[in-house]
Design a protein. Structure first.
Ligand SMILES: [Zn+2]
Length: 290
């Protein structure tokens, strides 16, 4: 394992963790962060987030569901409510990995200024055109942000996708103001769900998910760049029944029970409904910049 170094603590002592779909997943023996051993090139990674990725069910504000019935929008409204426990939400917001702008849309009513970036031009075009929010195509690494500018920075389900999470948090620590609030969500590799499902865990999806955090490793990374973790919550999500069924069918191809329920649901027209689901395997981390 020469040349293999931990992204977070730079240790070269890396242990095997497991193999999923021929992807070797390893763990730093020093800081315990779990990650994909052979991270693909930028071009390959960007190819994973093509138009189809954002057309997938509830990621799109324009496919099928109306915005107010889109679970992603309902989740965004709930998220703003929770963030208000920590911040007035009337300053400047940056949403890193804003996708089709659904969270920005929900945030616009509260924040004085909000801006989002995403690596999908397709997604940011939808955000601007359909939702009329302030979004730009690009990554946090190639944009010139003003230092200590933002009051709140959010990063929903993004950090597990990036090949250099350390750099992301480093940059965010510079563009957030002292006392500002950063909120991120990511899967928990130490959750009961992972312990029970192991390789079948729905969030273990290399190479889309490259890094697998725990409360300890995400806190360590945030502390390294001057953040104090205020709280780590396991917040549930509203999800569309039809979307959930499609996801289950993809994960468990040929499972007769799932196919049976899927057919019944379609017949009864239940696919349009949203349900609240909490598997306690996603962490939402609230951290304050000191
Ligand atoms: Zn490490």
């Amino acid at each position: 394992m020469s040349n293999l170094k931990c992204n977070i603590c730079q240790s070269v002592n890396i242990d095997n963790f497991l193999i999923k779909d021929n992807w070797e997943i390893v763990r730093c023996s020093n800081c315990k962060i779990v990650f994909v051993k052979n991270i693909p090139s930028d071009r390959v990674l960007e190819g994973l987030y093509d138009d189809a990725f954002f057309k997938d069910g509830q990621k799109s504000p324009t496919e099928g569901l109306k915005l107010h019935n889109n679970p992603a929008y309902i989740n965004a409204i709930k998220r703003i409510e929770r963030i208000k426990k920590y911040d007035h939400c009337n300053g400047r917001l940056l949403d890193v990995g804003c996708a089709t702008g659904i969270f920005l849309k929900a945030a616009n009513a509260s924040f004085k200024y909000s801006f989002g970036i995403d690596i999908s031009k397709y997604a940011t075009d939808i955000a601007v055109r359909e939702l009329n929010v302030n979004a730009k195509y690009g990554t946090i690494c190639d944009m010139n942000f003003s230092q200590q500018y933002y009051d709140v920075i959010t990063m929903w389900d993004v950090i597990e996708h990036v090949k250099d999470p350390d750099k992301y948090i480093d940059i965010i620590s510079n563009i957030i103001r002292p006392g500002g609030l950063m909120i991120l969500s990511t899967g928990n590799i130490e959750s009961i769900m992972f312990k029970v499902q192991k390789k079948k865990w729905h969030l273990l999806i290399p190479p889309k998910h490259l890094f697998y955090f725990s409360p300890k490793t995400i806190s360590m990374l945030l502390n390294k760049y001057g953040f104090r973790v205020l709280n780590i919550e396991n917040e549930g999500q509203y999800t569309n029944l039809g979307y959930m069924m499609d996801k289950l069918k993809r994960l468990h191809v040929k499972n007769k029970t799932i196919n049976f329920f899927s057919t019944i649901m379609k017949k009864l027209n239940l696919n349009q409904y949203n349900i609240y689901l909490n598997l306690y395997d996603v962490m939402t981390v609230y951290a304050k910049k000191l």
